[in-house]
Write a protein that binds this ligand. Sequence first.
Ligand SMILES: CC(=O)CC(=O)SCCNC(=O)CCNC(=O)[C@H](O)C(C)(C)COP(=O)(O)OP(=O)(O)OC[C@H]1O[C@@H](n2cnc3c(N)ncnc32)[C@H](O)[C@@H]1OP(=O)(O)O
Ligand SMILES: NC(=O)C1=CN([C@@H]2O[C@H](COP(=O)(O)OP(=O)(O)OC[C@H]3O[C@@H](n4cnc5c(N)ncnc54)[C@H](OP(=O)(O)O)[C@@H]3O)[C@@H](O)[C@H]2O)C=CC1
Length: 283
Amino acid sequence: MTIQKVLVVGAGQMGAGIAQVAAQAGLNVVLHDIKDEYVNRGMQTIARLLGKNVEKGKLTEAEKTAILQNIQSSTSLEHAAEADFVVEAATENMQIKADIFRKLDQVCQHEAILATNTSSLPITEIAAVTNRPERVIGMHFMNPVPVMKLVEVIRGLATTDEVYQTVEELAKQMGKIPVSVNDFPGFVSNRILLPMINEAIYCVYEGVAAPEAIDEVMKLGMNHPMGPLTLADFIGLDTCLAIMEVLYEGFRDSKYRPCPLLRKYVKAGWLGRKTGRGFYRYE
Ligand SMILES: CC(=O)CC(=O)SCCNC(=O)CCNC(=O)[C@H](O)C(C)(C)COP(=O)(O)OP(=O)(O)OC[C@H]1O[C@@H](n2cnc3c(N)ncnc32)[C@H](O)[C@@H]1OP(=O)(O)O
Ligand SMILES: NC(=O)C1=CN([C@@H]2O[C@H](COP(=O)(O)OP(=O)(O)OC[C@H]3O[C@@H](n4cnc5c(N)ncnc54)[C@H](OP(=O)(O)O)[C@@H]3O)[C@@H](O)[C@H]2O)C=CC1
């Protein structure tokens, strides 16, 4: 199946990134969120990043304009009727995603593929709220989307080979490298990454070292490009907590218990970079 029209649901950091790489790949994109304010913020992020690429000489002004013209904004899910491919990148919450998929299933054409960028939630459970579980799949991009090469591709129980192959091809068309992963909580990426981040938060909680020292240890000692606390702030502490909850509930193993300090920060609204404060402060 050849994809031409893509709807991205959720215009946060991931949705904006996915819309950008899809538009750069020549696809026709609609970027959707619940409020104009959020869609506009997503569009501005894309324009800013493309502008930087023009400054660096990686894009011409005309190419930037053409990419931006490939993206329309939307606050109505009725636009889903025109799409042959949907990627959902809304908040990491099963209730929110289930509501979106129920609605998409009603509005979308019968052959449309519904993908989710969930970081951890079961694809099979999301697929089960639709009448087309065979056309639902996980397409998990990494943050920042324009930079990171990986896309984890996760089949639900009913996903067909044709849908899997279409997503694999689409990921390649977007300049990404797809890797097949099975449907377990957190898949591979976050089953490994998030317990490390959670352990770094325990190190702060228990006073093992200051956040800066913990990050320095992992950067200088293990050659990580970002320390785990900087990375947690970058991902979003709400998303980190949501992923840890999915791991904890999914495996019922105490090794995945979210650190109380992570819960406290999320309750305080300290969600990291996106709210200006997490383990660090941002302007
Ligand atoms: C939670 C999940 O479900 C899964 C996840 O995504 S987990 C998160 C996975 N991501 C990571 O682990 C990222 C770790 N960090 C890194 O790899 C690097 O710090 C980084 C790529 C983000 C920045 O790299 P850096 O070398 O420190 O900085 P910098 O030189 O400024 O940037 C390198 C390039 O990335 C670009 N870049 C940096 N941040 C960016 C952003 N937020 N959006 C788009 N592009 C960005 C820069 O423009 C630059 O591009 P050029 O090569 O074209 O000049
Ligand atoms: N952050 C990361 O590093 C990564 C995140 N992901 C996954 O991507 C998804 C999005 O994460 P991220 O972009 O970081 O989160 P953000 O908080 O940046 O963005 C989520 C966006 O979805 C919007 N939203 C919430 N409910 C709905 C809805 N019903 N319909 C449409 N939009 C909605 C939010 O609006 P509002 O602000 O009003 O709630 C917000 O604009 C999550 O599933 C996350 O797990 C995957 C890979 C990496």
